[in-house]
Design a protein around this ligand. Sequence first.
Ligand SMILES: O=c1[nH]cnc2c1ncn2[C@H]1C[C@H](O)[C@@H](CO)O1
Ligand SMILES: [Zn+2]
Length: 383
Amino acid sequence: MTSQHPNTPGWDQIRRAPKVLLHDHLDGGLRPGTVVDLARASGRSLPETDPDKLALWFREAADSGSLERYLETFSHTVGVMQTREALVRVAAECAEDLAEDGVVYAEVRYAPEQHLEGGLTLEEVVEAVDEGFRQGERRAAEAGRRIRVGALLTAMRHAARALEIAELANRYRDMGVVGFDIAGAEAGHPPTRHLDAFEFLKRENNHFTIHAGEAFGLPSIWQALQWCGADRLGHGVRIVDDIEVREDGSVKLGRLASYVRDKRVPLELCPSSNLQTGAADSYAGHPVGLLRRLHFRVTVNTDNRLMSGTSMSREFAHLVAAFGYTLDDLQWFSVNAMKSAFIPFDERLAMINDVVKPGYAALKSEWLFQQTASTSGSAQPED
Ligand SMILES: O=c1[nH]cnc2c1ncn2[C@H]1C[C@H](O)[C@@H](CO)O1
Ligand SMILES: [Zn+2]
């Protein structure tokens, strides 16, 4: 812990704080025990069959320093998500796990084209995942936790199905799908390869984000924004390459970084994932600190909870430890994320005013009450 601020939230407060998640992969967030169960049922082999050992295997295998090697681990999760039952289960558990972690709104993405090996159609995949999310929301509500989960349909950037997936996202727009994305290895696969998909979505007044500025730098961000018209940047962390921090502490933004900040382009930052793929080398050195200080539209995300052994609370706890963030900072990230969500404006506003702000206000007044009731100060976050 580097923070000395008296209002540093503890682990329990971070867990209870209402959190908003815009960048989380369905096939990157399975429970290790579920991977084991589903692999057994479908006769697939895994590197480990004990759930704890498998969880560790994913974390270590994804810890390679290269996005390409990180992505290889997904063959084991995508491999067990090839039936309707498996997709419903994984999606339901995803919604439950996020709710249990205090996430109140999430946009969870997956690539329908990767779930056809068992004979499902693209539509059946989308409908199964949607049913799972709704089941998970209901089970969370029964346990007293409120969450809303929307889907983002991802097209794989090395493949050639982006237009088809964009059309699918548009067809299921009022049925649980809130937008579109492209993912996969970034170097050598520029987003402009999929211009037809983005142009289609723009003509339909639909929303999309693009994985850009993670393994590859400014040209990828520039293309995603200025050629493709992305509403948000998946990661976008390399925008710091266009920011000069001088020795006296003053800062100069290049044209692209200025554009991103001026236009309030949301950055879906994923600190732990960046450490694993080599896009950053420590939490304290992660560009989130600078970008938050410069008032970019920063959001904090998990990317792949299984591969990173993480959760929204854990990402927040790392940032609290590294930068001394307070509940006000965590509220700022959460409101930023809610503002940047792909659901309609009035629904975003209602979430901010009825759920996010009151949740933080309650935590802050609790903290004030504790300060007057005791002199012991606040707890430190776990991990
Ligand atoms: O961080 C990422 N960058 C690029 N692609 C990613 C990342 N995390 C997951 N993916 C890929 C692997 C998944 O199979 C796919 C759809 O969720 O998206
Ligand atoms: Zn991602």
